[in-house]
Design a protein around this ligand. Structure first.
Ligand SMILES: [Zn+2]
Length: 232
Protein backbone atom coordinates (compact mmCIF):
# COMPACT_ATOMS: atom_id res chain seq x y z
CA UNK A 1 0.00 0.00 0.00
CA UNK A 2 3.06 2.23 -0.16
CA UNK A 3 2.86 3.31 3.47
CA UNK A 4 5.86 3.70 5.77
CA UNK A 5 5.16 3.55 9.50
CA UNK A 6 7.63 4.31 12.29
CA UNK A 7 7.09 2.25 15.44
CA UNK A 8 8.68 3.76 18.55
CA UNK A 9 9.26 0.89 20.96
CA UNK A 10 8.79 -2.74 19.94
CA UNK A 11 7.60 -4.05 23.31
CA UNK A 12 4.12 -4.91 24.55
CA UNK A 13 2.37 -2.45 22.22
CA UNK A 14 4.90 -2.18 19.42
CA UNK A 15 5.10 -5.93 18.83
CA UNK A 16 1.39 -6.49 18.06
CA UNK A 17 1.21 -3.14 16.26
CA UNK A 18 4.16 -4.07 14.01
CA UNK A 19 2.72 -7.49 13.28
CA UNK A 20 -0.71 -6.05 12.42
CA UNK A 21 0.81 -3.39 10.16
CA UNK A 22 3.04 -5.91 8.37
CA UNK A 23 0.15 -8.31 7.86
CA UNK A 24 -1.95 -5.42 6.54
CA UNK A 25 0.64 -4.94 3.81
CA UNK A 26 2.43 -1.79 4.98
CA UNK A 27 5.38 -1.32 2.66
CA UNK A 28 8.03 -0.32 5.21
CA UNK A 29 8.38 -0.35 8.97
CA UNK A 30 10.93 1.84 10.71
CA UNK A 31 11.50 0.12 14.05
CA UNK A 32 13.05 2.08 16.93
CA UNK A 33 14.12 0.50 20.23
CA UNK A 34 17.10 0.39 22.59
CA UNK A 35 16.13 -2.48 24.88
CA UNK A 36 16.85 -6.19 25.19
CA UNK A 37 14.32 -8.98 25.66
CA UNK A 38 13.73 -9.93 29.29
CA UNK A 39 12.00 -13.14 30.30
CA UNK A 40 9.32 -11.08 32.09
CA UNK A 41 8.40 -9.54 28.70
CA UNK A 42 7.39 -12.78 27.04
CA UNK A 43 3.76 -12.90 28.21
CA UNK A 44 2.91 -9.69 26.34
CA UNK A 45 5.60 -9.06 23.74
CA UNK A 46 4.26 -11.55 21.25
CA UNK A 47 7.06 -11.50 18.70
CA UNK A 48 9.60 -12.95 21.15
CA UNK A 49 10.27 -16.50 22.31
CA UNK A 50 12.42 -18.07 25.03
CA UNK A 51 15.50 -18.15 22.82
CA UNK A 52 15.29 -14.36 22.38
CA UNK A 53 15.88 -13.57 26.08
CA UNK A 54 18.95 -11.33 26.29
CA UNK A 55 18.85 -10.40 22.57
CA UNK A 56 18.17 -6.96 21.19
CA UNK A 57 14.42 -6.43 20.79
CA UNK A 58 15.04 -4.99 17.36
CA UNK A 59 16.96 -8.05 16.17
CA UNK A 60 14.34 -10.39 17.65
CA UNK A 61 11.52 -8.38 16.07
CA UNK A 62 13.12 -8.40 12.62
CA UNK A 63 13.78 -12.16 12.84
CA UNK A 64 10.23 -12.86 14.02
CA UNK A 65 8.58 -10.83 11.26
CA UNK A 66 10.86 -12.43 8.65
CA UNK A 67 10.01 -15.91 9.93
CA UNK A 68 6.36 -15.02 9.30
CA UNK A 69 7.22 -14.57 5.63
CA UNK A 70 5.92 -11.01 5.44
CA UNK A 71 7.00 -8.82 2.55
CA UNK A 72 7.22 -5.58 4.52
CA UNK A 73 10.65 -3.95 4.29
CA UNK A 74 12.06 -3.73 7.81
CA UNK A 75 14.24 -0.78 8.74
CA UNK A 76 15.56 -1.24 12.32
CA UNK A 77 17.09 1.85 13.93
CA UNK A 78 18.79 0.98 17.23
CA UNK A 79 18.50 3.48 20.06
CA UNK A 80 15.92 5.52 21.87
CA UNK A 81 14.09 8.48 20.40
CA UNK A 82 15.83 11.53 21.87
CA UNK A 83 15.65 15.28 21.23
CA UNK A 84 18.98 14.97 19.37
CA UNK A 85 18.03 12.12 17.05
CA UNK A 86 14.42 12.87 16.10
CA UNK A 87 15.50 12.51 12.46
CA UNK A 88 15.40 8.76 13.10
CA UNK A 89 11.75 8.86 12.03
CA UNK A 90 12.55 10.60 8.74
CA UNK A 91 10.76 9.10 5.77
CA UNK A 92 7.72 7.82 7.62
CA UNK A 93 4.09 8.64 6.81
CA UNK A 94 2.72 7.85 10.27
CA UNK A 95 4.22 7.31 13.75
CA UNK A 96 3.05 4.69 16.23
CA UNK A 97 4.15 5.75 19.70
CA UNK A 98 4.45 2.51 21.67
CA UNK A 99 6.96 3.69 24.30
CA UNK A 100 7.04 2.99 28.01
CA UNK A 101 7.78 6.42 29.45
CA UNK A 102 6.28 9.89 29.45
CA UNK A 103 9.44 11.64 28.26
CA UNK A 104 9.37 9.68 25.01
CA UNK A 105 5.59 10.04 24.65
CA UNK A 106 5.70 13.84 24.88
CA UNK A 107 8.81 14.05 22.70
CA UNK A 108 7.14 11.90 20.03
CA UNK A 109 3.98 14.03 20.23
CA UNK A 110 5.97 17.24 19.74
CA UNK A 111 8.15 15.81 16.96
CA UNK A 112 5.06 14.60 15.10
CA UNK A 113 3.28 17.95 15.40
CA UNK A 114 6.30 20.03 14.38
CA UNK A 115 6.90 17.80 11.35
CA UNK A 116 3.23 17.64 10.39
CA UNK A 117 3.06 13.84 10.77
CA UNK A 118 0.12 11.86 12.13
CA UNK A 119 0.81 9.85 15.29
CA UNK A 120 -1.06 7.16 17.15
CA UNK A 121 -0.26 6.99 20.86
CA UNK A 122 -0.68 3.83 22.90
CA UNK A 123 -0.60 3.09 26.61
CA UNK A 124 -1.31 0.03 28.74
CA UNK A 125 -0.96 -0.65 32.45
CA UNK A 126 -2.59 -3.26 34.68
CA UNK A 127 -6.05 -3.84 33.13
CA UNK A 128 -6.35 -0.48 31.34
CA UNK A 129 -5.25 0.56 27.88
CA UNK A 130 -5.76 3.49 25.52
CA UNK A 131 -5.07 4.31 21.88
CA UNK A 132 -5.31 7.88 20.55
CA UNK A 133 -4.85 9.03 16.96
CA UNK A 134 -3.61 12.55 16.20
CA UNK A 135 -3.66 14.22 12.79
CA UNK A 136 -0.53 15.68 11.25
CA UNK A 137 -2.55 18.78 10.45
CA UNK A 138 -3.09 19.77 14.07
CA UNK A 139 -5.17 19.01 17.14
CA UNK A 140 -6.63 17.47 19.05
CA UNK A 141 -3.20 16.27 20.17
CA UNK A 142 -1.59 14.40 23.06
CA UNK A 143 -1.00 17.69 24.89
CA UNK A 144 -4.71 18.52 24.61
CA UNK A 145 -5.31 15.43 26.74
CA UNK A 146 -2.21 15.54 28.97
CA UNK A 147 -0.65 18.96 29.22
CA UNK A 148 2.84 17.93 30.30
CA UNK A 149 4.96 15.19 31.81
CA UNK A 150 3.51 14.42 35.25
CA UNK A 151 5.83 15.25 38.15
CA UNK A 152 7.51 12.51 40.16
CA UNK A 153 8.25 8.92 39.33
CA UNK A 154 5.48 6.97 37.63
CA UNK A 155 4.99 3.28 38.22
CA UNK A 156 5.88 1.45 35.04
CA UNK A 157 4.37 -1.88 34.14
CA UNK A 158 7.53 -3.59 35.31
CA UNK A 159 6.37 -2.48 38.77
CA UNK A 160 2.60 -2.18 38.38
CA UNK A 161 2.20 -5.03 35.91
CA UNK A 162 0.06 -5.28 32.81
CA UNK A 163 -2.21 -8.00 31.55
CA UNK A 164 -0.76 -9.37 28.32
CA UNK A 165 -3.95 -9.36 26.21
CA UNK A 166 -4.53 -5.67 27.03
CA UNK A 167 -1.25 -4.89 25.23
CA UNK A 168 -2.27 -7.07 22.29
CA UNK A 169 -5.62 -5.32 21.90
CA UNK A 170 -4.20 -1.81 22.23
CA UNK A 171 -1.29 -2.46 19.85
CA UNK A 172 -3.69 -3.84 17.26
CA UNK A 173 -6.00 -0.84 17.76
CA UNK A 174 -3.05 1.50 17.20
CA UNK A 175 -2.38 -0.23 13.88
CA UNK A 176 -6.07 0.04 13.03
CA UNK A 177 -6.20 3.77 13.82
CA UNK A 178 -3.02 4.35 11.80
CA UNK A 179 -4.55 2.64 8.77
CA UNK A 180 -7.99 4.25 9.07
CA UNK A 181 -6.64 7.72 9.95
CA UNK A 182 -9.42 8.14 12.54
CA UNK A 183 -7.85 11.27 13.99
CA UNK A 184 -9.17 12.69 17.23
CA UNK A 185 -10.41 9.25 18.27
CA UNK A 186 -9.56 7.96 21.74
CA UNK A 187 -10.27 4.28 22.35
CA UNK A 188 -10.02 3.08 25.92
CA UNK A 189 -10.27 -0.49 27.15
CA UNK A 190 -11.17 -1.39 30.73
CA UNK A 191 -10.24 -5.03 31.04
CA UNK A 192 -11.83 -5.42 34.46
CA UNK A 193 -15.26 -4.24 33.28
CA UNK A 194 -14.83 -5.58 29.75
CA UNK A 195 -15.68 -2.12 28.43
CA UNK A 196 -14.36 -0.61 25.21
CA UNK A 197 -15.16 3.10 24.84
CA UNK A 198 -14.67 5.19 21.72
CA UNK A 199 -14.68 8.98 22.12
CA UNK A 200 -13.96 11.97 19.92
CA UNK A 201 -11.62 14.28 21.80
CA UNK A 202 -12.08 18.03 21.26
CA UNK A 203 -9.02 20.19 20.67
CA UNK A 204 -8.11 22.38 23.65
CA UNK A 205 -7.93 26.04 22.69
CA UNK A 206 -5.01 26.83 24.99
CA UNK A 207 -2.96 23.77 24.03
CA UNK A 208 0.76 24.64 23.99
CA UNK A 209 1.33 22.40 20.98
CA UNK A 210 -1.71 22.73 18.73
CA UNK A 211 -3.62 25.72 20.13
CA UNK A 212 -4.08 29.07 18.43
CA UNK A 213 -0.93 30.50 20.09
CA UNK A 214 1.38 27.50 20.53
CA UNK A 215 4.42 27.96 22.75
CA UNK A 216 6.12 24.74 21.65
CA UNK A 217 7.62 25.58 18.28
CA UNK A 218 10.90 23.63 18.52
CA UNK A 219 12.32 20.57 20.25
CA UNK A 220 13.95 21.82 23.45
CA UNK A 221 15.78 18.96 25.19
CA UNK A 222 15.15 20.51 28.62
CA UNK A 223 11.44 19.83 28.18
CA UNK A 224 11.77 16.04 28.23
CA UNK A 225 12.76 14.84 31.64
CA UNK A 226 13.60 11.15 31.63
CA UNK A 227 10.96 10.24 34.18
CA UNK A 228 10.78 6.44 34.07
CA UNK A 229 7.16 5.73 33.61
CA UNK A 230 3.91 4.41 32.81
CA UNK A 231 3.48 1.18 31.01
CA UNK A 232 4.02 -1.16 28.15
ZN1 LIG B 1 -3.19 19.98 21.43
Amino acid sequence: MGLTAAVIGVGGLGAPASLALARAGVERLILIDDDVVDRSNLHRQILFRDADVGRSKLDATVDSLRRAGLKTHLDPRPGRLTPANAAVIDGCDVILECSDNYATKFLAADVARLRGLPIVHGSAIRFIGTAFAVSGAGGPCYRCLFEDIPPGAQAGCDVAGVVGPICGVIGALQAHLALTAAYGTLISLDGLRDELRVRSIPARAGCALCGSSPTIDAIDAARYHPVEAEEN
